[in-house]
Design a protein around this ligand. Structure first.
Ligand code: BG6
Length: 524
């Protein structure tokens, strides 16, 4: 009997996960402290964790269970939800957290770990369920997977129990390494055991794209080439690369954000309705989108994809270093901190509709949004009050912050004549009475415990996305004529990005033209 049954998305509303032990590899690292444990603690406060849920940290750092617990407590206080720390609850939560020093390269560490897990399992009556969380840098991953396989930690403990593995991005550095990684993981784990996390799919507002599209008769008939002129996806960040120069300089915006988060978002915007609302039906549909992406030819890369790098500047009176001056960055680096691109999805629904993606670090504000630009009416009867870029209907799906949906449409200016001006119909999640948005990690960890893989990335999707991105990376590497444009930190990127979209009656949508003093999102 295979204990991995397909579960229905949304099942967690009815179900409580079965008891399990979550083993975190890389337990002393940043991800565990900033994201994983604060998320687990929130789930615990919301009574969403199973009884005897246990965390076993596995890492090389010289810590013991007590010091590990202390560092996690600090993490919850510093990075968790400010108002939620409660000493009494923490005391209860921490009892099921343990730490084991390991040597990732030594198979005996894994055999030891197995014995310890079996012991905890028996004491707490957990039933053999294991969730192996890989919070380790990519360099160490292949070796760990190999040792998990060799020590038997990859296997289910019994017919009724499960073992699942969560992998964090990056899923490879390019197509070749992604294929190699998939091959290695698939050697020891079946695809049903593997949960590849892309935290964008854990965002409530991203999942809501499916509901907006497939639960609303007013949008569904319009969602195609007949009514949509073009689609714009922007993900701008006001932060720089923080202390991640070593990682980022070998990565760049195309790999860091476009290959994964933004293509996943595109999958939901562009997919066909699944015949069933079930994990593999949904993932099959996003895969088809990735497989329909028109490959950007070598000779078109320069015109279709534009890259930039932020330069030193002043933001709100504070001086900000340029990318090349950041710690651990090569002073001659040609790594992009900004990408804008135009491409097509070659299928029946989207034939001829351009898609535009834009992302960057050190832009004026933090905002991620999908903008559906509808075609204009066939004949202009009225005069417009606004500039061209604002003159057609738009549906703006705000992913973050201030999650919600905005519709822009024309209305008669009150008084004489028939002038049209644009107005907004605006929904904010924050207006919902009992809204409690779980963080992406809370949602995804819980889904994994429930065996719901809908929001996780399958191997075939990872590979299809790399296939689309790889020719761009190759051309950038080989063709030194292709420019990388500087843009002052705190601006909207290289000005020539406008030329990608220009030629039409449109511009990029600038959700915030002027820097608000507090750096927050400001709707114009
Ligand atoms: C991560 C990238 O995957 O996503 C970061 O490595 C980026 O560079 C982050 O800042 C963006 O996530 P979010 O949820 O803040 O949009």
């Amino acid at each position: 009997m295979n204990s991995e049954k397909e579960s229905t998305p949304g099942a967690q509303e009815e179900k409580m996960p079965e008891p399990c032990i979550m083993v975190i590899f890389g337990a002393s690292g940043d991800l565990t402290k900033r994201m994983l444990v604060p998320s687990l603690y929130e789930l615990f406060l919301d009574d969403l964790l199973p009884e005897n849920f246990t965390v076993a940290g596995f890492s090389r750092k010289e810590l013991n269970t007590e010091s590990f617990r202390e560092s996690l407590k600090e993490g919850i206080k510093d990075f968790g939800e400010a108002e939620s720390f409660n000493e009494e609850k923490w005391e209860k939560f921490k009892k099921n957290i343990f730490y084991f020093i390991s040597d990732y390269e030594d198979i005996n560490s894994y055999k030891d770990l197995k014995e310890k897990l079996d012991k905890i399992d028996a004491e707490k009556n957990i039933g053999g369920n294991r969730l192996l969380y890989m919070a380790v840098p990519p360099e160490g991953l292949l070796g760990i997977i190999e040792n998990l396989g060799k020590s038997g930690l990859n296997k289910n403990n019994s017919e009724d129990s499960w073992t699942r593995i969560i992998l964090e991005k990056p899923f490879g550095h390019d197509l070749e390494s992604a294929l190699k990684l998939n091959k290695k993981v698939n050697r020891y784990f079946s695809e049903k055991q593997i949960y590849r996390i892309d935290h964008y799919l854990g965002k409530e507002s991203v999942q809501n794209i499916l509901v907006t599209r497939f639960a609303n008769g007013i949008f569904e008939p319009l969602w195609n080439r007949n009514y949509i002129d073009h689609v714009e996806i922007t993900s701008s960040e006001s932060i720089g690369i923080e202390n991640r120069g070593g990682y980022y300089d070998h990565t760049g915006a195309l790999r860091d954000v476009v290959q994964n988060h933004l293509l996943q978002l595109l999958g939901y915007v562009a997919m066909e309705p699944p015949s069933l609302f079930e994990s593999n039906s949904i993932r099959d549909e996003s895969l088809k989108v990735f497989q329909s992406l028109r490959q950007i030819k070598k000779e078109d890369v320069n015109n279709s994809v534009l890259r930039g790098q932020y330069t030193a500047s002043h933001i709100r009176g504070k001086s900000v270093p340029g990318y090349r001056e950041e710690k651990d960055v090569d002073p001659d680096s040609r790594t992009e901190t900004y990408v804008a691109m135009k491409f097509y999805v070659d299928n029946w629904r989207w034939g001829g509709v351009p898609f535009y993606i834009r992302t960057g670090k050190r832009l004026p504000t933090r905002v991620t949004e999908v903008v559906i630009h509808f075609k204009p009416t066939p004949h202009h009867l009225f005069k417009r009050r606004t500039d061209i870029s604002q003159s057609y209907n738009m549906l703006v799906i705000r992913i973050q912050p201030d999650e919600g949906i905005l519709i822009k449409f024309g209305m008669k200016v009150p008084g004489g004549g028939f002038q049209v001006q644009n107005v907004n119909m605006d929904f904010h999640y924050s207006d919902l009475k009992d809204h409690n948005l779980h963080s992406a990690y809370e949602k995804l960890i819980l889904d994994c415990m429930l065996g719901d893989s809908t929001l996780f990335i399958r191997a075939d999707a990872v590979e299809a996305c790399w296939k689309f991105i790889q020719p761009i990376l190759d051309e950038w590497k080989e063709n030194h004529e292709i420019k990388i444009y500087g843009y002052p930190a705190g601006t909207w990127g290289p000005e020539c990005a406008d030329d990608l979209i220009a030629g039409k009656d449109f511009m990029w949508r600038y959700p915030c033209k002027n820097l608000a003093d507090d750096g927050t999102y400001c709707e114009l």
